[in-house]
Design a protein around this ligand. Structure first.
Ligand SMILES: [Zn+2]
Length: 137
């Protein structure tokens, strides 16, 4: 039996894509994320990349989840559509987002990170050597 496809969650995130170009040439909303909490609720977010601060789509969606009082993430996906080719890409979370998810709750090390239609990894796999180290002496 084939593993369940990630396509429904990918398509949900893709539906959020609404790139908005600012006067200074920045683009908001060209990356979108969908986060499934441990209770099964889905939270959406888009990237907001300003000159003063950049917020990834994943952290935007996770902030909505935290606002709703949830901290454990079952799965997460982020997508971007190439405006030139029209093709949709699933993006791996950046290092900041990986650490953010881990810091939110240790249980998130088991979070399923969607990396493609049929490809996933756990956060722990994407964040090796995350444990506080033992003393060296
Ligand atoms: Zn990020």
């Amino acid at each position: 039996m084939a593993a369940p496809s990630n396509r429904p969650l990918i398509e949900r995130a893709a539906a959020l894509l609404k790139p908005h170009k600012t006067a200074d040439g920045r683009v908001f909303g060209d990356v979108a994320a969908a986060v499934v909490s441990e209770t099964g609720r889905i939270f959406d977010g888009v990237c907001v990349d300003t000159a003063s601060w950049g917020l990834c789509a994943e952290r935007s969606a996770i902030a909505a989840m935290v606002t709703a009082g949830e901290y454990r993430i079952a799965s997460v996906v982020a997508v971007w559509r190439d405006a030139t080719t029209g093709k949709l890409h699933v993006l791996p979370p950046c290092g900041h987002c990986r650490q953010f998810m881990r810091d939110l709750d240790d249980a998130n090390l088991a979070t399923t990170i969607v990396l493609g239609s049929d490809m996933v990894r756990t956060l722990a796999e994407l964040l090796p050597e995350h444990a506080w180290p033992a003393a060296i002496e």
